[in-house]
Every structure is written in C-alpha cells, then in structure tokens.
Design a protein around this ligand. Sequence first.
Ligand code: SAH
Ligand code: F3S
Length: 446
Amino acid sequence: MAKLHLITYGCQMNEYDSERVAGLLKAEQYELTDSEHDADVILLNTCAIREKAEDKVFSKLGELRALKRTRPHLMVGVMGCMAQLHKDEILKRAPVVDLVFGSPAIARVGELVERARRARPVLETGEAPLVKITAKPDGASRLKSFATVMEGCEKHCTFCVVPVTRGRQRSHTPAAVLDEIERLAAEGCREVTLLGQTVEMYGRDLQPPTDLAALLHAVNDVDGIARIRFTTSNPFNFTSRLIAAIRDLPKVCEYVHLPLQSGSNRVLARMNRGYTRERYLDLIAELRDAVPDVAVSTDLIVGFPGETDADFDATLETVERVAYDNVFVFRYSPRPGTPAATMPDQVPLTVKAERNSRLLAVAGRAAAIRSAQLAGQTVEVLVDGRAKKNADELAGRTRCNRVVNFEADARVAIGDIVAIRITDVLPHSLRGTLAARVEEAVCLSR
Ligand code: SAH
Ligand code: F3S
C-alpha cells in the first residue's frame, strides 16, 4: 500500500472532509501515515478564512519543497478553501504542488490523485453535484463524529470568504443524513455534531422544504446516539421552533454557538449580518428562558473597517451583558473578493490588537464566573479517552462541551456516560469524582 499524510487546517468542516478523503483513498490502496517523511502523497486541507491561515499553508509548502528534493516521487496536493480561492496563485507561488482541488471535487479524489501521478499538475476547482460521501479511514474514532447536513453559504456577510470558497447553500436530504448517522451509530458513535455554515437554515432549499428542528427530532430517534450538537448558527434565522427542539429533545445538548461578530448596529449593518443587537439579545433571552442552563459561545470580530471606539464599546457592553461561556475573538482580516476588503477606514493593526486583548479580558471575567458556578454540581460526562496530562485519569466532556478529568475507575470505560461531581474548576478544564454510571443520556444540568 502507498502512504498518505493529511494536514488539516481550519474548521470542523475541514476535519470532516479530511476524514472522507482518507476513507476514499483507502479504497485506492492508500494507508494513512502520521509522518510526512514516509508519505507518497501529502494533502494539505486548507483554510482561507483569515490571511494568517493562508500564510501557514504557504510556509508549509516551502518546507515540503525541501522534502521533495529528497523524495522526488512525492506528490503534494492542496485541497479545501484556499484551493478554491487561489487556484492559479498556488501553482505559481508553490511549484512543489502537483494537485489542486476544491471541496466539490472530493468525491473524485481517487481519480484526481491517479491523474496527477501520470501527468502533473492537475487543477480541479469547478462545481460538482452534491454527493454525501460516507467513508471513514481505519482506526478513526467513531465515538464522536461529524455529519455535514449542508454545504456552502449564501448569507454574504461582507467580511467573509466562505460564500466564494464553498459556494451556494445546498442541504443534504434528511434521508441521506439519517442514513449516515445510523451507520455511524452502528459503528459505535455516541455523539454526533451536525455541520453547516448556517446550520439553522438547513432544509429550506429542499423540495419539500424542511428545517433543522425537524431534523433534530429525527436524529433524536436514532438508537445508540446519546448526544447531538450542531454548528454553526447565524442568529438571523434561529427560530423559536429550534429553541423548542433544544428544550424538548433529550439528546440535543444545551450548548449553542451563536456568532455575534459585533455589538454595534452600525457595524452589524455594514457586515450585512441581518440582525440587530436588540434582536440578538432578545434571542438569547428567549433561549435562556426556555433552556435555563444553556451554555452560549460566540465569535467576535475586532477592527472591522470603520469600527470606532464607540462601536467597540457597544461590543464590550453586549458581551458583558450576555456573559458568554466562551468567546472566540478574531482581528478583521481583509479577504480577496469580499466587499469589506475595499471599504475605506481600514483599522490599523495596533488598534485591532488592543481591542482584541480588551475584549478577551472582559469576556474572560464573565466566563470565569460561569465556570465557577459549576463547582459542587453533578454533570453528565461522555468519557472519550485518557486525561492528557495523567494516564491514571479519564477525560470526557460535559453536555456544554467542557473538559472534565476524573480518576479512572474499573467500572468506567471509554464511551460510557457517567455522572461526575465537580470538585475543582480550573482555567481550561474541570476536575471531579465519579458519582454514578448512567446508562442513557440524562440531562443532569450542565
Ligand atoms: N458561519 C458562521 C461563521 C463561519 S467563519 C457564521 O454564521 O457566523 C468563522 C468565524 O471566523 C466567523 O464567525 C468570524 O467571526 C470569523 N471570520 C470570518 N471572516 C473573517 C475575516 N475576514 N476576518 C476575521 N475574522 C473572520
Ligand atoms: Fe460567512 Fe456569514 Fe456565511 S460569516 S459562512 S457568510 S453566515
């Protein structure tokens, strides 16, 4: 068998795509290797969301040029969002690359690799029909799996390159999604995360139309699955039906990632986000009213073009008001082909850096208070492995996706769901003691 090494950058969607590629190439007699030094094919699954993500890829391609001098038969491929966005530039800037293909071409990866073996380079970035690929490489953990429910995005936020790199919004049919999840469950999957760039829009483009709430109900009925998550949601179309599904369905975790981006209505309008700060706060209130213990996280952009001190203060104030469990802060990065890249009043890097750290400090205080409330509580944990720093301990995640470490116990195996009483709240994890072993997912608060 030939050897394949995969390097994945970016989001969960990319992790999922990489897994599919490994699964499909297994059928072509490629086995995965952890080391790039004994690989026959190296594929970089790339991200284009910010410039920094792209810089990493170009510097990796520079390193691979040196490796290829010692292994001339080595094939280097670039797939994913950068492949779609910069197809010609990649081949020009990095002649080491033999194969470039976008995400629509993943289903044909076997054929593309074969073509590139015969004559290099191969470039494949056109649109292709939507196919649901179900292929997992050997040895991949099934315990927690992703399932894409839709591709692309049509919201056209003015800062975002995803509509360019991932194309139109297309939902997979409920039958295709359920078929994949049933198979995953049969292979031992206990937690599934439904993926889409605007997952709350799921199904509106299908004939007959359906929605994410209906899909969650159907996935909730799949035997063997204990937990359901979904990501990522744009607040614009987060409906009361969806909130009711989170409240009513026992397997749907009480955790929502709801990107705010900015707390200033002026900036939100320039971002073309489709909601106001007031609508967002109402949505959070409705969500917390229905699901009192829900954990909420968000994405924020600092230094969007034209963002004034007053706009930034509105973001600080909104973040303080919401009191998130976790926030991800990004410095605005101009992306080719997006409207915001050519807006006047680009914000200097130093201002972005300063706003970044002020925002993290404010958000961090609220998150620490939220974490501290967990001390003494008993939470439901899906055990997913050994603790990172101590092999005598087991680790898992709560329903709100926090890491919990606890002393290993002969009664508990990986894949079990247990009740853990939290004894210590640490900055990035929780520690606790085993309270009980539970057979089925029961919502024991967070
Ligand atoms: N579909 C999601 C976002 C996907 S991109 C949504 O609806 O919000 C993940 C995050 O990257 C975004 O939420 C945004 O905060 C950030 N991001 C996207 N484009 C960016 C850019 N040009 N500069 C900085 N951050 C960006
Ligand atoms: Fe990007 Fe906005 Fe879609 S952030 S992925 S264009 S919802």
